[in-house]
Ligand binder design. Structure first.
Ligand code: B16
Ligand code: MG
Length: 218
C-alpha cells in the first residue's frame, strides 16, 4: 500500500536547473571556457561539489581544494540571488493539484533533493508547509544514485521503503529509488528515463487514484 510520496525538487517541483546553468556558465566563462546546455544535462541531480569538479574537468582547469571551494561559494551566491526572485508561478504544472489529492488521500509528502538550498526555495515559492518531512543536501552525505536521500525520507515519514513512491527527473534519481526498494515515477521521456516505472511529461491533469492503480499494476 502506498503511504508516502518522495519528491525530488529540481525538475519535478520547479525548474531550478536554468538558474544553476546560468551561474555555472558564468563561472566557466570567468575561467576562460564555456559550457553548453547539452553538458549541463549531466549536472542535473548531482551535488554542488560533484558539479564543479565535472565543470573544471571539462575546461581542463586544475585548482586547489580551497580555490574550488571558494568558486563553489561564489556560484552559490549568484544562484541564490536568482532563486530568491522565484514565485509560486514557477511551480511546475499539476503539482499544487497533486498535493491536494495526496492530502485528501492521507498520503504523506516528503522532499528528497540533493540541493542545500531546497528549504529556502520551498519557502520562496510558498510550498514548504505542504511537506511532512524534508531531506536535502544538508542531511545526506552520498549523492544519487546512492539511495541515502530516499531511505532517510521514508524514515522521516515513519514509513517502510516499499510504502513510498519516488518522483524524479534524473536517471540517477530513479536508480537511487530502485536501490532503496521504491518505485519511481519519472518526469520526462522514455529516452531520458528508460528506468522509470511510470513516465509522465508532467502532473498536469493527473488523477491520483488512477496513477496509484497504474503503480500497483507495474
Ligand atoms: P545546491 P535535485 C539538485 O537538485 C540539482 O539538480 C543539481 O543540479 C544541483 O547541483 C544539486 O541539487 C545541488 O544543489 O547547489 O543548491 O546544493 O534535482 O536533487 O532537487
Ligand atoms: Mg532533479
Amino acid at each position: 500500500m502506498i503511504k508516502g510520496f518522495l519528491f525530488d525538487l529540481d525538475g519535478v517541483l520547479v525548474d531550478t536547473a536554468v538558474y544553476h546553468y546560468k551561474a555555472w556558465k558564468k563561472m566557466a566563462n570567468d575561467l576562460g571556457f564555456d559550457i553548453d546546455e547539452e553538458f549541463n544535462e549531466q549536472l542535473k541531480g548531482i551535488s554542488r561539489m560533484d558539479s564543479i569538479n565535472l565543470i573544471l574537468k571539462q575546461g581542463n582547469v586544475s585548482l586547489s581544494e580551497g580555490e574550488i571551494h571558494d568558486l563553489a561559494t561564489l556560484k552559490n551566491e549568484a544562484y541564490v540571488e536568482m532563486v530568491d526572485q522565484m514565485t509560486a508561478e514557477e511551480i511546475l504544472p499539476g503539482i499544487p493539484e497533486l498535493f491536494v489529492q495526496l492530502k485528501k488521500a492521507g498520503i504523506k509528502i516528503a522532499l528528497g533533493s540533493a540541493s542545500k538550498n531546497a528549504p529556502r526555495i520551498l519557502k520562496t515559492i510558498g510550498l514548504i508547509d505542504e511537506f511532512d518531512a524534508i531531506v536535502d543536501g544538508n542531511s545526506v552525505s552520498k549523492s544519487k544514485p546512492d539511495p541515502e536521500v530516499f531511505l532517510k525520507g521514508a524514515e522521516a515519514l515513519g514509513l517502510a521503503n516499499v510504502e513510498c513512491i519516488v518522483v524524479e527527473d534524473a536517471y540517477a534519481g530513479v536508480e537511487a529509488a530502485h536501490s532503496a526498494g521504491m518505485k519511481a515515477i519519472g518526469i520526462g521521456t522514455k529516452t531520458n528515463l528508460p528506468n522509470a516505472d511510470i513516465i509522465l511529461p508532467s502532473f498536469e491533469g493527473i488523477v491520483l487514484e488512477e496513477l496509484i492503480k497504474d503503480l500497483e499494476k507495474n
